[in-house]
Design a protein around this ligand. Structure first.
Ligand SMILES: [Zn+2]
Length: 230
């Protein structure tokens, strides 16, 4: 292509958005968010938000066919993809149509029965998160992968059981129904349960892709990919 053609392509393409999950292309994503509404965030076709598209971009090429996928609080945007790559697909939630009612802190699944566990933005809602992490480790098969996302506020987890006021929780933990704000030291909590975590990040991706597909959002730029420690 000529330099002029490149410039034309750049002029047309620079301001477009694209969703890597469903293939939607358009001028802008939709506005999204409860506590703090933000523009240019949600895919108008599949409803994905930044963190869904980021995890998909970081992991879709790495995850092959799965024997059994446990999808915790399944996000509609990712459900079709995860279901499609899994021989057995187990979507769980406490009480939501289209899912199996199951508590992450007391899974009724056999030991080592899941090749993939997908748990995004769930642990920050659970008071006994160590119990939930232990359950994830228990059901994860040797060689399996647990994908965990949580909002990350800094290096160290901020947690105080005395903070129960929703407004105070919103101020400290970013949302009224969050019970802590994790730090990157989540990796230590995972390790204590026998999960060895490596951290993938938006920084691993090309900047132009991050901008076009809107993959970045403050506090949501990291994905913990865990395996059972031997
Ligand atoms: Zn989409």
């Amino acid at each position: 292509m000529t330099r002029g053609g490149d410039r034309l392509k750049a002029a047309i393409g620079a301001d477009r958005r694209a969703c890597p999950i469903c293939g939607w292309v358009g001028l802008r994503f939709s506005a999204y968010g409860r506590a703090q509404r933000r523009g240019d965030a949600r895919c108008p076709r599949c409803s994905s938000a930044e963190r869904h598209r980021l995890a998909y971009r970081l992991l879709a090429a790495r995850l092959g066919a799965q024997a059994c996928t446990l999808h915790v609080a399944p996000e509609p945007a990712l459900r079709g993809w995860l279901e499609g790559i899994s021989r057995r697909y187990v979507p769980i939630d406490l009480d939501r149509p289209g899912t199996i009612a199951m508590d992450l802190t007391a899974l009724t699944l056999a030991d080592a029965s899941c090749s993939l566990v997908w748990c995004s933005h769930v642990l920050e809602h659970i008071p006994d998160d160590r119990r939930a992490i232990a359950e994830i480790a228990r059901v994860l098969a040797p060689g399996g992968v647990a994908v965990i996302q949580v909002p990350i506020g800094g290096p160290t987890t901020l947690e105080d059981p005395a903070v129960v006021d929703p407004r105070e929780r919103a101020r400290l933990y970013w949302q009224e129904d969050h019970v802590r704000l994790y730090g990157l030291d989540l990796a230590e909590r995972l390790a204590a349960a026998g999960l060895a975590a490596s951290r993938l990040s938006v920084a691993d991706l090309e900047a132009s892709m991050v901008a076009r597909e809107r993959l970045s959002m403050p506090g949501c730029d990291d994905v913990f990919v865990c395996r059972r420690a031997l």
